[in-house]
Ligand binder design. Structure first.
Ligand SMILES: C=CC1=C(C)c2cc3[nH]c(cc4nc(cc5[nH]c(cc1n2)c(C)c5CCC(=O)O)C(CCC(=O)O)=C4C)c(C)c3C=C
Ligand SMILES: [Fe+2]
Length: 421
């Protein structure tokens, strides 16, 4: 039997997506699914499914789901055409899984008895929980292996080494990335596992990260969540409804450089360990000073409520500013960076504990921006140099990826990079 017939992951299968009913699968709450069916989402703002195809990839301004599985891959010694086929196969499977279908057209238990199933099966009875699968390309993909050097977008910089970085090389970089988000952790893990399985022999997992609680809101309807320091996180984030802000700060546009990136964005990930045991022995006064916001409501220390703009000119006793000059919010605020903003979409993590009995806890920071060099880098530099929070965090992982625009239903993610769109 040909590869097409056994796995449904070929180009032929890809172009058959419309017929398979996968195209335009943004059914919303109450849609029907061949695989999971219905929605038991705990995240009220999140629909059951988001379309894989479209102008932009889902998983950027999509309402942040509760769970994350993020993976970075290195491409093996394969040809340019084999890389194209991998991206086609990934797009095919991602379109199916985000629509609530199995990764392959036979599913976990419907294929030939003597072949491995084309889906691993652990999501068989689960609704997709707003699953989004977002693909990105790291700077190293644009070396001389695949004839892509001239396609490297100028905005896809190699991130500099920031003063407070203590990066672990095994948690840095990657040729390709996949961000899978869902309200169900098993669905997110299933997505990465199956995409990794599909990549077997062509790309190898370099590092991966599970996240269990979103640390941002990306739409106004979402309640602000909390990070593992116990503070509301995401209050001042860019929101999907702010289309002017999103167009200005998130989507790559004509004139930005690489034309194949128009409608795409750039993802920066930073794995940040938080020494929560030390933090938990710190006074409430110090905790609030560090962020420049109250712990309860998340209001700026200059007064007001959660969504009041911070007033950095307000002073208190001894004419000291109410919001410390080295507070996280002051150093990251757009006023400190000529109005620059980023879209944050990070997650809490706990990777067990170390041998001293401390939690390996932290925040897997993800941001999307149109130009990391003029947006993420200045903010991170200011934080790395002066953030009061630095005493309680360690930056251990770091990566940047170009996230191409969404694919059309007859094509695949990244086709424009190969002049195939
Ligand atoms: C380089 C960018 C940023 C990193 C890295 C980062 C790490 C980080 N942040 C928190 C907790 C909070 N961050 C808050 C606001 C905030 N943070 C950034 C950027 C980075 N944070 C920005 C741009 C902003 C918004 C600033 C503003 O406009 O006011 C807040 C306050 C609430 C909010 O607006 O979200 C908290 C709390 C942690 C714990 C962390 C790494 C461990
Ligand atoms: Fe922050």
């Amino acid at each position: 039997m040909s590869k097409d017939e056994t796995s449904g992951l070929s180009r032929r299968g890809l172009f058959g997506l419309a017929g398979a009913g996968v195209v335009g699968a943004g059914l919303g709450v109450g849609g029907t699914f061949a695989f999971g069916g219905g929605s038991t989402s705990t995240n009220n703002a999140v629909a059951s499914t988001y379309p894989f195809f479209g102008d932009h990839q889902s998983g950027i301004i999509t309402p942040a789901q509760d769970r994350l599985h993020f993976a970075a891959f290195d491409v093996n010694d394969i040809s340019r055409n084999e890389l194209i086929e991998l991206l086609q196969d990934w797009s095919y499977a991602a379109a199916r899984m985000t629509a609530g279908d199995a990764a392959g057209n036979y599913g976990p238990a419907g294929g030939p008895y003597d072949a491995p199933p084309d889906d691993t099966g652990e999501a068989l009875d689960l609704p997709p929980g707003g699953l989004t699968i977002t693909f990105g390309f790291g700077p190293s993909l644009f070396d001389d292996r695949f004839g892509l050097a001239s396609k490297r977008p100028s905005a896809l910089i190699d991130l500099p080494k920031f003063p407070s970085d203590v990066l672990q090389p095994e948690l840095v970089g990657g040729d390709l990335c996949i961000q899978a988000c869902s309200d169900d952790p098993q669905v997110a893990v299933h997505a990465i596992r199956n995409l990794s399985r599909i990549a077997f022999g062509r790309a190898t997992l370099r590092w991966s990260q599970l996240g269990f609680g979103r640390t941002s809101s990306t739409t106004r309807a979402q309640k602000t969540p909390r990070n593992l320091f116990g503070f509301k996180d995401g209050t001042a984030n860019l929101r999907a409804e702010d289309t002017t802000g999103v167009n200005e700060h998130v989507w790559a546009a004509a004139g930005d450089g690489a034309s194949w990136m128009i409608g795409g964005s750039y993802l920066v990930s930073r794995k940040i360990r938080m020494t929560v045991e030390t933090w938990d022995r710190t006074s409430l006064r110090e905790q609030e000073t560090i962020f420049g916001r109250t712990k309860g409501e998340g209001a700026p220390l200059s007064g007001g409520s959660e969504f009041t703009d911070p007033d950095f000119s307000q002073t208190g006793r001894d004419d000291a500013p109410l919001i410390d000059e080295s507070s996280h919010v002051k150093l990251a605020h757009p006023d400190t960076h000529d109005g620059v903003q980023i879209l944050r979409r990070g997650y809490n993590f706990v990777d067990g504990n170390d041998d001293l009995g401390r939690l390996n806890a932290g925040l897997f920071f993800i941001s999307f921006q149109r130009d990391p060099g003029t947006q993420f880098v200045p903010i991170q530099l200011a934080l790395s140099r002066n953030d009061l929070m630095n005493e309680y965090v360690r930056y251990v992982g770091s990566a940047a990826f170009a996230v191409p625009p969404g694919a059309t239903s007859s094509s695949f993610v990244g086709a424009g990079m190969f002049d195939l769109a």
